[in-house]
Write a protein that binds this ligand. Sequence first.
Ligand code: GLN
Ligand code: ZN
Length: 759
Amino acid sequence: MNLASTTIGYPYIGGNREWKRCVESFWKGELSEEQFIFEMKTIRLNHLKHQQSLGLDIITVGDFTFYDRMLDLSAMFGLIPARYKWTGEQVNLTTYYAMARGANDVVASEMTKWFNTNYHYIVPEYEGQPLELTQNYILDYFLEAKFELGLMTKPTLIGPYTFVQLSKGYDSKSKASFILRLLPLYAQVLQQLVDAGAKWIQVEEPALVLSLAPEDIKLVQQIYKQLAEEVPKAKLMLQTYFEGLTAYEDLVQLPVAGVGLDFIHGADDNMASLRKYGFPQEKVLGIGIINGRDIWRANLAEKALLTKAILSLSGVNEAWVQSSCSLQHVPVTTKSEKTLDTTLLNALSFADEKIVEVTHITSFLSDENWSGSKSVSQSILAIQALEQHEARNNPRVKELLLRVRQEHFTRSMPFKERQSLQQAALQLPDFPTTTIGSFPQSDQVKRTRTAWRKKELSDTKYAAFLKSEAARWIQIQEEIGLDVFVHGEFERTDMVEYFGEKLKGFAFTEKAWVVSYGSRCVKPPIIYGDVEWTSPMTVKEVAEAQQLTSKYVKGMLTGPVTILNWSFVRDDLTREHVANQIALALKEEIQALENAGIAIIQVDEPALREGLPLRKEDWKEYLSWAVNAFKLATSNVRNETQIHTHMCYCEFNNFIEPIRALDADVISIETSRSHGELIQSLKQNPYELGIGLGVYDIHSPRVPSVEEIDTILNESLEIISKEQFWVNPDCGLKTRHEDETIASLKNMVTAARKLRQQQ
Ligand code: GLN
Ligand code: ZN
């Protein structure tokens, strides 16, 4: 048995986010292009040396990027939309970054979620242009590793089927010509790698885990047949991840030298396929056994056993032990964490630690006398210690969960009846105006918070500042003439961190960053213990603001599903269970707000859609518990209390049902960027609860005119009735400036008043 350790890819950002700093310095003009290229190369080579020092057998190149790997391929193939006025030859950094981020006179390419991760890629745009190989940076990376480090690496690139599936600009007819133009370029890239001595080339095809129609399967077969014919010497590792390989029995027979399978997220499907169809003996099997999506240390004994079982089921002679997907989705190393609870720290595993896990499983299975076998028992002990941690054994949380009954998931009165009660109690005008929650975080707000965090400002002084800022904005809201106010969220930087810091069960890291898109990184909190509410988190700020006005001030919370989806979550409980723990904590906060006299409470769920599983057939189950978690948090209120929610996307198609199921009295929703579509889907699928279709796009500093808002309001009136109609912007106003915010909201209020008069 020939076993080797490898990964699908390694994070490029660096343990101290060196990559991010380098890229951003270049954008700011602080680095010349030459310096920039040199520094990027230094980072790249350092990462290779580092992986080598961790003991990895096969190191991957081509997992590095200057912004995004899909964009890299577009640039490599000359797939440049006409608006960038590219003149042929190599794509320079100016054009490359214009596509990524837009430039003075051209808009950027679209960016969208990479499968079900929180990473976003740049969508390739096919405009029927002739394509050509403008450069082969994967070859450059392979050669620099070979000649400068003496390393025989495994180059990787996103495969043709996935690349085409994720591109846009073609229809069913032009798709064929797109592929026809693309394939010779892929073949050229592969040939050049073979000529340079590459022994293996990893071709990433995550799109092969999605549903595939018979014609898709045929297409994949044609693609790989053609590649095999054109580059017969290339040894391809067809790498899939994020789910089990679809149409396994056909696709596992593709003319490639190896197939990589995800035995974490696609474990059940892939195991079943292995059992049923076996595995082609002449191929190398890539065993994705270490989770590339979570941060938890693996039980190496279990993993080794499972790997062994997979090996014997497949009967192969050669296999790779690897991460389930690229490690770019996890932070770099736990070694940077100096302040975490040691039991927790010990049970964590980021990219570097996962590489070591992969090498340990490989050694354990290949060498009976392996000297590191103690690490296997250590992994078990670390996991057990965390299991026994008091944070995971909170009796009050357990008790609260046990007490949950079916009726806790529904409000005691149906919407229509609540609606009239609430209207009688709240006495709001028709077309009530409001905002989504946050007001501009000025430099002063940010500076004061930083000073407080550095302990240069006392808690009392900071609280006084927050109070005065909220009071100033209450005054501003009075002047604008809004109907329902907010306190402005000046105490929050982030929708999850703020609550995580106040709830039990969360931990915050120093450097556990992952890329969200381009150079933007996020540092999700870790939910490692039972989530418990211990004292009010938002009541003081909201109640203080409420005292300053006779208008209603909305309570403002982040919902359970969003908190869950934007965190790293413990893996010893189901996500549903953790969501319910968060929901129960929020339920207590909502009760505290009610007790403080708050009549309207908004529970934001911008990330509800993000948690959707990759495969449609799994949506139902997710939505059922996700919706339930929201309802568990929000149902136990007085009939008169009005529950609002907010979502920042408008892909309402397929989504009206779950949104209705939330049973929120009012939802505010992003609309302005695809108003027509939303109106269309609401026409087909009427919605009867309260709804505010965002009347202007808050992502732009532009002040919308009264007429513009007027038009939107009138169009919306065709599909939503006066009784359910709310008027609000698209999203929170945190990132906007004060002047433009006030001007825009004034126009919004004027338009709403005009509408009232017309009725
Ligand atoms: N209440 C939040 C705010 O206004 C909502 C943010 C969001 O939807 N992403 O900032
Ligand atoms: Zn939003």
